[in-house]
Each structure stands twice: as C-alpha cells, then as structure tokens.
Design a protein around this ligand. Structure first.
Ligand code: KG4
Ligand code: ZN
Length: 364
C-alpha cells in the first residue's frame, strides 16, 4: 500500500511517499528556520503563510522523487493535530482536496503517533529496519510534548507520564535563548556542550518522587539566575524594531567571561538525566521488550547514548532526519491506522490540542 503523507503542523512543510508503513520512497522537507530564526522562535502567522506557498511544490516533488504517478497512490494521510491551528489547516485542506479530486481514502494522523512510527521506517538505500517489538516503552520528546508511553500493540497507548510544564525541546530552546545560542535550541546546546564540562555549575533535576512525570521550568529559571550575573546593560535602538510587524529576537549581551559551554553542558545533562532515569525505570517496571525514542529531542546524541547505557534491552531511535518533523512518519503511521479501519471524511478538521493517548478512532 502506497501512502502520500502531508505534514504542516509547525514550521516544516513536508510531503512524503511511504510503502507499507516501512519503506520511505521519498521524504521532502522544507524547513522554515530561515524565516523564524530572527524572531528567536516560531511566528505562527508567518508559518501558515509559508506553508500555503510551499505545500504544492513540496507534494509535487515528493511524488516525482518517489518515481510514481498520483494514480499509484492508495491513500492520502495528513497530520490533523496537535500543532499550530493555522499551520495544520493548510495541510488538512490540501489533503482533503487531493483525496476528493484523486478519489483516494483520507487518513487523519496524530502528529505524536507519527513521531512514534518513525521507528518503523527504512530510508532509501539504508539497511532494513526491523519493526520494533511489543510491549515497548516510548519516550516522545519534541518541541511541544514530553510523554512517556507504554505501547502494547499498534495503536494501544497507555500514558505513564508527561511534562507538567515545559516540554523537553522547549527547555532546550529556552535555554539556548538565555545563553544567546540561537534557534532551534536543541542542536545549538548540543554543539556548545561538546566544548564544555558538566558539573562545574549545579542545576536542579526535578524528580517528582516516584512518578513518571517531568518538569523543566525550574531548570530554566535556575539557568536564568546564573546567567543574570553576567548580563551587561545595553542600549537598544527601539525605533529600528518598532516598525517591524513582529518583535525581533535581541540576543542577551553578557560579559565575555560567561561560561557558555560549561553551562550548556550542565543544562543538557540535567535534562537528559531525568529523561533517562524515568524511561529506564518505566522499562523495568513494565517489562518492556524495547525502548523507543521519538520526536525532535530524540536526535540528541547524549540522550541516545545515556539511554543505551541505562537499559539492558534494545534502545531504538530514528535517524536524525526522521526525528524532527517530517511527512514520512505521518505516511508510516497512517498505514497502521488504515489497517485498523481509520479514515476520515471531508468534514475532517484540525485539532490543535489533540492528545496522543485518548484519540478517538473512527472505524469504518
Ligand atoms: O519534533 P520536532 O521537530 O517538532 C515538534 O513537534 O515540536 O521537535 C523540535 C524540537 C525543538 O525543540 C528542537 O530544539 C529539538 O526538537 N531538537 C533537539 C535536537 N534536535 C532538535 N533537542 C536536543 N538535541 C538535539 N540534537
Ligand atoms: Zn514534531
């Protein structure tokens, strides 16, 4: 079964063609980082406008690179949520139109479920990825979500824990902002940390007792307190930004003695340590056969290594290009949803707050 996937939930415009939920035939990703980086974060209005102009050429290219014609497609899959409503709307409306015109089934996909199913995908020319085995524990860590999930079978999710405040990716992004490291923050902190030494500064870990829940906002505040000591007052030219439609990001100015690398290293360590400890404990408690990482933060090298060291069972994570937002994961998850009879009609609407675990299945 060949599925076209469409993903526009945040700031990547992506279209992909995937066979049988496992084989990536094409995966075109148009990043919007160039558009948002000067604001130090995603500006939703700009994101949706860029999706509008980019989505059709992106789909055309994905079909061309897959070496097929639209008639060879068996279904169209699209991210229905969670994400930015204005961004989601672009993908959902294009998918509905194509499903109608090409007379193909429409499959709605939860973005987070897509991240999980990136672990089933094999990229073109790469060695075959064996499908993960159940029961498994999956840590979904993205810019908007941090959820620890027990998966007993396809589509069978049990929520073990989640963040009570900031998501792990959000913590990376906010930390990078405080350190003046730019956007997106995860890769920037990882790079800076390579030159640094954790432990020189003490940042807190929120263990929250025996629960599997997470909290990262205290960590961010602790970093703020540390960097404030190095902050230098600056005279900003207010008039130059006053006429801009959105306020631009003005990086903080610090004394040259700010130990960026050591702070980044300790900050990364603090996030990773809690993620690893709780995931490893959940894997033991629920006798998981495997641990999966999913979402943008799954690209983090320290997280991958530490988790592998912490559990005696296999740890799996997608290649970096399939960790961050992409449409291949949407087309992949859609295959397994379709096996269970999940499709949508043209009344499909976006669900900006859609949770992973209590999604209602539309059975046909
Ligand atoms: O899954 P994703 O592309 O988008 C969402 O669904 O949110 O995740 C983006 C997040 C950002 O917060 C980014 O900073 C983080 O993933 N990220 C990383 C790394 N690469 C991306 N965090 C830590 N280390 C990385 N190497
Ligand atoms: Zn994502």
């Amino acid at each position: 079964m060949i599925i076209l996937g469409i993903e526009t939930s945040c700031d990547e415009t992506s279209a992909a063609v995937v066979r049988d939920g496992r084989w990536v035939l094409s995966n075109v990703i148009r990043s919007q980082v160039d558009l948002h980086e000067r604001y130090g974060g995603i500006v939703p209005e700009l994101a949706s406008r860029r999706h509008v102009t980019t989505i059709i050429p992106t789909i055309d290219l994905a079909i061309e690179q897959a070496g097929i014609s639209p008639s060879a497609l068996d279904a169209i899959a699209v991210t229905e949520g969670p994400g930015l409503a204005g961004s989601l709307l672009v993908g959902v409306n294009v998918a509905k139109t194509l499903a109608y015109v090409w007379e193909k089934p429409l499959i709605p996909v939860n973005h987070l479920e897509g991240h999980v199913y990136a672990n089933w995908l094999t990229l073109p020319g790469e060695p075959e990825v064996e499908p993960p085995t159940f029961p498994l524990v999956c840590l979904v860590v993205s810019g908007g979500h941090t959820e620890l999930v027990l998966m007993r079978d396809h589509g069978d999710y049990g929520l073990l824990g989640r963040t009570l405040d900031d998501a792990a990716g959000e913590a990376f992004d906010k930390g990078a902002r405080l350190l003046g490291l730019g956007f997106p923050g995860g890769p920037a902190i990882q790079r800076a940390a390579e030159q640094g030494r954790p432990g020189r500064f003490a940042l807190p870990r929120a263990w929250l007792g025996e629960s599997y829940d997470f909290s990262f906002s205290g960590l961010k505040t602790a970093l703020l307190r540390l960097v404030e000591q190095y902050r230098r007052p600056v005279q900003r030219n207010r008039r130059s930004t006053a006429r801009k439609p959105f306020p631009e990001y003005e990086p903080p100015v610090y004394a040259p003695t700010l130990p960026v690398a050591d702070l980044a290293a300790e900050y990364q360590e603090a996030i990773v340590e809690v993620l690893v400890e709780k995931t490893a404990r959940a894997a033991r408690d629920f006798r998981a056969a495997m641990v999966l990482l999913a979402g943008g933060v799954a690209a983090n090298a320290l997280l991958r290594r530490r988790l592998q060291e912490a559990v005696p069972i296999p740890v799996r994570y997608p290649p970096p290009i399939l960790c961050t937002d992409n449409a291949a994961m949407i087309a992949g998850a859609a295959y397994y949803l379709y096996q269970r009879g999940v499709t949508a009609g043209l009344e499909l609407d976006v669900q900006a707050q859609l949770p992973l675990v209590t999604r209602t299945l539309i059975r046909t």
